[in-house]
Design a protein around this ligand. Structure first.
Ligand SMILES: [Zn+2]
Length: 98
């Protein structure tokens, strides 16, 4: 299914963006000194709630990452997005979810 393939590509890209951000020092390295935002154990992963925002991540441990499940898949921009400003587009994107 095309949408599913698109979603997988975006997840891959989101992971790449995070790895790049860590390499460049934009995000701190998860070396055990950063705590999971959910339970306080050492965080192992940066978790995405929304793959449309590849750098909007939270440090979580493996268990909490699994518990949280997958994030919101990438959605193609709304066709009318070009006519709207960014704030309105965000509202349109939220209405689109579900
Ligand atoms: Zn945790």
């Amino acid at each position: 299914m095309a949408a599913e393939i698109e979603g997988r590509k975006k997840r891959g890209n989101a992971g790449y963006q995070v790895a790049k951000a860590i390499r460049e020092g934009v995000l701190p390295k998860l070396d055990g000194s950063i705590s999971c935002v959910d339970c306080g154990k050492p965080a192992r992963d940066y978790e995405h709630r929304d793959y449309n925002y590849p750098l909007q991540v939270e440090p979580v441990c493996r268990g909490c990452n699994r518990r949280r499940g997958p994030g919101i898949p990438y959605k193609k921009p709304h066709p009318a997005a070009a006519l709207m400003n960014v704030g309105q587009f965000k509202a349109a994107a939220l209405l689109d979810v579900g």
